[in-house]
Design a binder for this molecule. Sequence first.
Ligand code: NAD
Length: 375
Amino acid sequence: MVGGGLGAFVGAIHRHAAALDGQIELVAGALSSTSERARESGAALGLEPARTHARWQDLLDDELRRPADERIDFVTVVTPNDLHFDVAHAFAQAGIHVVCDKPLVHDSGQASQLREAVLRSGVLFAVTYNYSGYPMVRQAREMVKAGAIGTVRKVVVEYHQGWLATKIEADRNKQASWRTDPARSGLAGALGDIGSHAENLVHSVTGLEIEQICADLDAVVAGRALDDDGSVLLRYQGGARGALLATQVATGYENDIRLRVSGTLGSLEWRQEDPNILHHLPLDAPRQMLTRHSPWLHPHAIAASRLPPGHPEGFLEAFANIYLGVAQDLRARRDGVALTPGQGDYPTLEDGARGVRFIERAVLSARSREKWTAF
Ligand SMILES: NC(=O)c1ccc[n+]([C@@H]2O[C@H](COP(=O)([O-])OP(=O)(O)OC[C@H]3O[C@@H](n4cnc5c(N)ncnc54)[C@H](O)[C@@H]3O)[C@@H](O)[C@H]2O)c1
């Protein structure tokens, strides 16, 4: 693991998620930005001192010195965004599989370089768009694929947070500080941080490809260099229309990401703060509430559940489904066997690259006079 030291947010989530199915063990790390903190963080997790490094470059060098059967299988990158490219690129180039958090990198040029490195070395590359791992999101995806709501015509996706409604970065809030800094966060603020999740959620459920984009981005809190609030209109190939809202100044909202997909035969609605339920609104029948792990769901949605219906599952389990897909793919590659349907289900480098393009084009549109911008 690179990043995810003491006091970090998402690194611990990755560790819980990776461990959930007993397939993955953390053995080495460069966990923090300072050597002292990196050492402390490694010790707190029980890593061997010899595999706890002050710099990610030392971690890579050390792994490459080890015989192949003692080497890590993959690296997870959970640093602030500005380090994703250097770390992911170096490990991919060295032939080590990569799991990287979102947004993938800062720009499409970096995404292309990453793609080249991955193609050359043939490594697996996963991007942790974890919302696609929810069982009821996978159910929605399978229903759309099977035509349950007909041809998709309208998509509305929202990600509402309120934690940046005041200038908490001025109080040195660790997570807020880098997210509001263009050098570290990238071209966008809220749009990159959570709008990228929303974009991926739509794509993973509907498969729709964006054709044109029209964005309005604003820094609501005075003195911010990056957007903390964004509204985006989307036109998809094939004619569907979409609206995407990503805001971090919606006071009182926590992690309210929700999706509505409407087709010619009905609609689907899912909300992460009530993630065990998928609403199906058929054109000509009463609304149905589908519950997680019930026997009439698609096998891929059932396979993404661990607990019987009624016992709540949530964020960690959805995240774990991404890691389970990665573990299945790694085993299949190692054993030279094909993945069975439903296995190896995780967002890829292409999903990450599309997310980067989404951010770039939205920012371009927001800055332009014409607004509607080709994707
Ligand atoms: N998928 C999700 O739901 C989700 C949620 C939160 C964050 N994220 C993403 O995860 C990444 C981390 O976000 P966070 O909120 O955990 O940030 P954070 O600030 O809490 O943690 C970042 C960690 O990276 C470490 N770090 C910084 N520079 C380093 C270096 N040179 N070498 C090694 N470690 C270094 C920091 O010391 C810290 O431990 C971001 O890219 C963010 O967009 C994804």
